[in-house]
Design a protein around this ligand. Structure first.
Ligand SMILES: Cc1cc2nc3c(=O)[nH]c(=O)nc-3n(C[C@H](O)[C@H](O)[C@H](O)COP(=O)(O)OP(=O)(O)OC[C@H]3O[C@@H](n4cnc5c(N)ncnc54)[C@H](O)[C@@H]3O)c2cc1C
Length: 394
């Protein structure tokens, strides 16, 4: 049992691969894009957790072989985190030969067992995982491993902006994947007279703060009818997150700001004609309004892509799509602040498919409280428990 494949070269995939290498596994990392591909989509956004929380001692030691490291208390942008830490980590002696970029996992099963065979039985582990993989040139190949980690994150598929989280009429024709990204500074995007930002999470807050620097007219639509668009975390211990919340909320509430906040709005339908969008929105009091704009920034959140793994025996939560044991633990936690929630015991990472683990943001499914620190702890806990080739030799 010494071949281990990690799917995804984000921060968690890279740290998992490093730990697996240290434990004597023969490791391969499959990444469909480039190192840190998901984080490269928001290069200008500052992480609100300091570098010390987003790295490990082993990771820092490996990355330091090829580049000077950030200080522990630095708050890096997405770009700096990839450039100054993840890329050097990927180039380290331990990992550089293990990573295959532009290589996508299409689907995976077992050599001798299909989904319905040997249900929940440990003997499934006697047959290696069989992965269908697509390479950069479009060619397909099969790979095998005894252990498999899903570190594919949760940003592969966006959520819809329509009522109830399904697309509203017209949404699928009007919006492309690019419209669901956090807004970049104006200079990178060309001009637009009126932008509508949709969402009430930190991504939408970031888009709002980025856009207020320009002379844009911005309408900010949120579904909830709270006093402020972004619910502040009580006594927030992450100053950068608190500052983002305060700034976005005060922009929404200040009468002289260029941001017009539209709370309690539901998007009924949308159209796109001659470069302009028409959004039909409704409110709880029965009022209806049509907004005309040149650009939509839909920060409605993401959901994991479990499709490559659907031939395996994985028990997922019907609410969050995360693996059921961890999801049930997280749903039972009352803490709103992700700093206060606990990852739970290593048993929560087990599911019916032997030697298969969902780690990192993917393990939280639609639960947006994931912090890198939680994923790094999962890796540490897991390698304390799983039998490794190194321990077998000792
Ligand atoms: C805007 C934003 C700001 C955030 N700020 C913070 C913060 O300040 N602090 C914090 O702790 N957390 C933060 N997070 C949350 C979290 O830490 C990040 O989302 C982080 O990127 C999760 O790491 P990951 O390795 O689990 O997944 P990802 O970084 O999403 O990596 C997954 C990788 O898997 C690859 N992949 C997906 N499917 C396949 C496939 N089929 N085959 C091969 N490869 C595949 C992807 O291309 C990607 O490279 C933030 C998230 C966002 C969106």
């Amino acid at each position: 049992m010494n071949r281990l494949i990690v799917v995804g070269a984000g921060p968690i995939g890279l740290h998992a691969a490093l730990q697996a290498t240290i434990n004597g596994f023969h490791v391969t990392v499959l990444e469909r894009g480039d190192i840190g591909a998901a984080i490269r989509r928001w290069p200008h956004v500052k992480l609100f957790t300091p570098f010390s929380m987003n790295s490990t001692e082993a990771g820092r030691a490996a990355a330091a072989e090829t580049a000077p490291l950030p200080h522990g208390n630095e708050l890096l942008t997405g770009d700096a985190y990839v450039r100054r830490y993840l890329s050097p980590l990927a180039k380290s002696e331990q990992l550089r030969k293990q990573i295959q970029t532009s290589t996508e996992l299409i689907t995976v099963s077992r050599n001798m067992y299909g989904k319905k065979d040997a249900v929940g039985k440990p003997e499934r582990s006697m047959s290696p995982f069989r992965l269908l993989v697509r390479r950069r040139d479009g060619s397909e190949t099969v790979m095998e491993s005894e252990v498999l980690f899903d570190c594919t994150g949760f940003t592969a598929r966006h959520r819809s902006v329509g009522i109830g989280g399904i697309p509203c009429p017209g949404e699928r024709n009007c919006l492309t994947d690019a419209d669901f990204e956090i807004a970049a500074p104006q200079s990178q995007h060309g001009s637009s007279d009126h932008t509508v930002v949709i969402g009430s999470g930190y991504s939408a807050a970031t888009s709002i703060c980025v856009m207020q620097d320009s002379s844009l007219r911005v309408t900010w639509i949120t579904r909830g009818a709270r006093d402020v668009p972004i619910a502040p975390v009580a006594d927030d211990r992450l100053p950068e997150r608190r500052a983002l919340t305060d700034q976005a909320n005060s922009l929404a509430l200040h009468p002289d700001s260029s941001i017009h906040w539209c709370p309690g709005a539901q998007i009924e339908s949308m159209e796109h004609n001659s470069g302009q969008y028409r959004l039909n929105v409704s409110f709880a009091n029965g009022h209806r309004q049509t907004l005309v704009c040149d650009r939509i920034v839909a920060n409605s959140g993401f959901r994991p892509d479990s499709r490559p793994f659907e031939e395996l025996q994985i028990h997922r939560c019907y609410a969050t799509e995360g693996p059921i044991k961890l999801a049930a633990h997280l749903l039972g936690e009352t803490a709103d602040d992700c700093l206060n929630q606990t990852g739970g015991a290593v048993e929560l990472l087990h599911n019916p498919e032997p030697n298969f683990y969902i780690l990192g943001a993917a393990s939280y499914g639609r639960d947006s409280r994931f912090l890198l620190r939680n994923g790094l702890e999962q890796i540490e806990q897991l390698f304390d428990q799983i039998p490794s080739p190194m321990k077998a030799l000792a």
